[in-house]
Design a protein around this ligand. Structure first.
Ligand code: MYA
Length: 421
């Protein structure tokens, strides 16, 4: 999933307010917009022109039928691994959850359908979020002081309301016809109409130009199935055993209940404290979202088959720590025994009274108890600190992080706190 796009000229991206190459990115000292400031009045009110056999639509995700059309498009056409063995299969409930957070704009859910039969052929979605994307946390005080004293230097940027883009998908039969740039221009127009001028997005592919690159890691929970579907290989060193699979299973075995005594499913009552714990934790990173209580309630109150969140409580029943993961299955393409790979992805967390390693071990125990086959993550946040101890292994996927219309120097993935679904 990390091959560079084989178009060195970047006919589309060369026209957009993004860093055009690595050196622009690594030499960037200024944090702030790339484009000259525009106003909502400057933005066309009519949609971008499109072939006459197609039309724009905004799938209403509250409607079962329209949500299902988005689900089917993605199920059959969305991201696959390099060898086309697995394809992400976001469930309808997941898509609804991910795309309708508090304050979402229905107009940012952009579809293209075929006029003659209404078939949804392409999609891209934006949601609003508040992002800290100013100067690096360790340079913040220095920068504020400099601005006070000299009125100069890097601009200090307060967290701002921006757009997160995801789920760009063009039907397989319409590929390589420059539909993606049209979708991106149309969603940009609709976002700009709400007076929002920056976006963040991630992709497996390398395009101009990421501000950070993370690596995927995987922790086997059901090694037998993972080997059977060729998600994993039987490690060489196990072949010497009489029963390699039994040994492999033993290696990845997890207890049935968490180590920490008071692990409980998060409830509405915990929202206030979790909001505080999470925002305080996310302060550590240079690039991270900030959540208000309504967003925390939306993103973390458990939804079966979608998102799972747990709190740890002290003797006096106070919430002290928190972890969450979400469910993103993949279709196993062309396997007669298994049709789905059930993956849990590490989401947001905050460790305070136990080590992050212990907290993540409890996460693995819960994910295993829920029947997931594997637990995945990207080495953002403080994830690299527990990978080896908890038996995560590197995969071959990379996740590139991008800003639209935001000058930002290259940062290591452990400076990034934003988890993309
Ligand atoms: S990442 C997930 C992307 N989806 C998939 O990988 C699903 C399977 N693949 C497909 O559906 C198609 O292959 C897609 C491309 C739709 C990806 N991000 O139409 P084309 C550029 C950005 O002929 P197709 C996610 O959802 C490519 O470099 N650009 O190609 C985040 C070339 O431009 P250039 C991409 O293969 C999306 C042009 O498209 C991507 O038929 C963030 C070719 O177009 C990609 N993943 O369709 C979008 N892949 O010539 C940006 C290819 O210049 C948001 N391209 O190299 C920007 C912010 C907008 C809001 C701003 C608000 C202020």
């Amino acid at each position: 999933m990390s091959a560079p796009i084989d178009n060195p000229d970047h006919e589309f991206w060369s026209t957009q307010p993004v860093f055009q190459n690595e050196s622009e990115c690594s030499e960037a000292s200024k944090v702030g917009p790339i484009d000259k400031p525009k106003e909502v009045n400057d933005i066309p009110t009519h949609p971008y022109p499109i072939a006459s056999t197609f039309e724009w639509c905004s799938p209403n995700l509250e409607s079962e039928e329209e949500l299902n059309a988005v689900y089917v498009l993605l199920r059959d056409n969305y991201v696959e691994d390099n060898d086309s063995m697995f394809r992400f299969k976001y469930s309808p409930e997941f898509l609804k959850w991910a795309l309708t957070p508090p304050g979402y704009y229905p107009s940012w859910h952009v579809g293209v359908r075929r006029k003659k039969d209404n078939l949804l052929l392409a999609f891209i979605a934006g949601i609003p979020l508040t992002m800290k994307m100013g100067v690096a946390a360790d340079k913040l005080e220095e920068t504020k002081k400099k601005i006070e004293e000299e009125g100069a230097g890097d601009t200090y940027e307060a967290p701002r309301r921006i757009c997160e883009i995801n789920f760009l998908c063009v039907h397989k039969q319409l590929r390589a016809k420059r539909m993606a740039p049209i979708l991106i221009k149309e969603v940009t127009r609709r976002v700009n109409l709400e007076n929002i001028w920056q976006a963040v997005y991630t992709a497996g592919v390398a395009i101009p130009t990421p501000f950070s690159i993370g690596q995927y890691f995987h922790r086997s929970l059901n090694p037998e199935k993972l080997v059977a579907i060729r998600f994993s290989m039987m490690p060489r060193q196990y072949e010497k055993f009489q029963n390699p699979m039994a040994m492999l299973k033993r290696n990845y075995n997890l207890p049935a209940v968490p180590h920490s005594k008071k692990v409980q499913e998060m409830t509405q009552e915990d929202v206030g404290v979790v909001t505080k714990l999470l925002n305080a934790y996310l302060e550590k990173f240079d690039v991270s979202p900030q959540f208000d209580e309504t967003e925390v309630a939306h993103y973390f109150l458990p939804r079966d088959g979608v998102v799972y969140a747990y709190v740890l409580k002290s003797q006096s029943n106070e919430v002290t720590d928190f972890f969450s993961f979400y469910s993103l299955p993949s279709t196993v393409i062309g396997n007669s025994k298994y049709s789905e790979l059930n993956a849990a992805y590490v989401y947001y967390y905050a460790a305070n009274t136990i080590s992050l390693e212990q907290l993540m071990n409890d996460l693995l125990i819960m994910a295993n108890a829920k029947g997931f086959d594997v637990c995945n993550l990207v080495d953002i946040q403080e994830n690299s600190g527990f990978l080896e101890k908890l038996k995560f292994l590197p995969g071959d996927g990379r996740l590139h992080y991008y800003f639209y219309n935001w000058s930002y120097p290259r940062v290591k993935s452990n400076r990034v706190g934003l988890v993309m679904l």
